[in-house]
Design a protein around this ligand. Structure first.
Ligand code: C2E
Ligand code: MG
Ligand code: MG
Ligand code: MG
Length: 293
């Protein structure tokens, strides 16, 4: 695959040959105008409370339909955007678009619980110093209550200089929640997390790979969940692909799950149609519908 191939390897697309480096260079160039050309959109993946069997939030995930390459994964193009200040523009758009989409759903959710939205924010975006004004602007223009926005950062961001911690603290005072994404494989320790401006942990998908068969992986998974409990922080386990893993997590007493087992990321139209509402008698796993060409 593209991810495992070494440098200089050759891939076929659209009957043309191009190297990994060619592809990256093309994507880097094209990404600059992608937003203006309407090639970017957000999809929204439900996070399910398996105790109450309802969706508590959705995570906004960026999608790019490239005119030549087709769908390009954010794992490929977000790192390219992060090489330049472009990530700040993209990040600002993602915040506004996510808040506007969720605000448009209104206040009503199942059990009178309004839906929250989690937005991924890159390290460079946090370090730019523009995160606080960007969040405030997204909330003001959309009218979304700050309590319905979650900002997802990665562990390494918390290791940064104090202005980053101060900015996250400001967001929390506004009522915005902070989630630590891909938690557990980095530097984090119990001692370090105490006193950090953090509200939610999202366990790294690493802990789920082969967890059904590997007792060691299962033990690590349990430790991460216990760490969250010790810190009194809710943990979301993402990447739950099948029933076997879901059962395992439920046996551990785990509560918040995001994964294909419940729902793929949903288009905004599916979200507006109520497809996120797990209390409705809809099929649990909905396909990620491609946008109109
Ligand atoms: P992430 O924030 O950790 O997002 C979770 C990823 O897991 C998503 O991949 C989601 O589609 C995928 N996933 C969810 N459930 C399952 C499952 O059951 N099985 C498997 N195999 N995967 C599952 P996606 O959408 O490809 O995004 C990849 C990464 O790209 C994200 O990881 C995040 O780091 C980054 N990203 C996506 N959207 C944005 C964005 O708007 N801004 C920034 N800065 N980064 C973004
Ligand atoms: Mg995330
Ligand atoms: Mg993650
Ligand atoms: Mg990630």
């Amino acid at each position: 695959s593209a991810a495992t191939a070494g440098p200089g390897s050759v891939h076929r697309y659209d009957d043309a040959l191009c190297t990994e480096e060619d592809r990256r260079a093309t994507l880097r160039t094209d990404l600059t105008g992608a937003l203006a050309r309407g090639e970017l959109r957000l999809v929204f993946q439900p996070v399910v409370d398996v105790v109450m069997h309802r969706t508590v939030s959705v995570e906004a995930l960026l999608r790019w339909r490239h005119p030549l390459f087709g769908d390009v994964s954010p794992t490929e193009f977000v790192p390219l955007a992060e090489e330049s200040p472009l990530i700040t523009d993209l990040g600002r758009w993602v915040l506004r678009e996510a808040c506007a989409t969720i605000a448009a759903l209104g206040d009503a959710g199942p059990h009178d619980q309004a839906l929250s939205v989690a937005v991924n924010v890159s390290a460079r975006q946090v370090r730019s110093g523009e995160l606080v004004p960007d969040v405030i602007h997204a909330l003001e223009t959309s009218g979304l209550s700050p309590s319905r926005l979650v900002v997802e950062i990665t562990e390494s961001v918390l290791l940064d200089d104090s202005h980053v911690i101060e900015d996250l603290t400001v967001l929390r005072r506004l009522g915005v929640r902070i989630a630590v994404d891909d938690f557990g494989t980095g530097w984090s320790s119990l001692a370090y997390l105490v006193g950090m401006p953090v509200d939610v942990l999202k366990m790294d998908q690493y802990f789920l790979s082969d967890v059904e068969h590997d007792p060691a992986r299962r033990a690590m998974c349990r430790v991460v969940l216990q760490l969250g409990a010790s810190l009194d922080l809710p943990v979301i386990v993402e990447g739950v692909t099948n029933e076997a893993v879901l059962t395992l997590l439920r046996d551990m007493g785990h509560r918040y799950v995001q994964g294909y087992v419940f729902a793929r990321p949903l288009e905004a139209a599916q979200l507006a149609a109520g497809a996120w509402d797990m209390s409705l008698p809809l099929p649990g796993a909905l396909p990620e519908i491609p946008a109109a060409a």
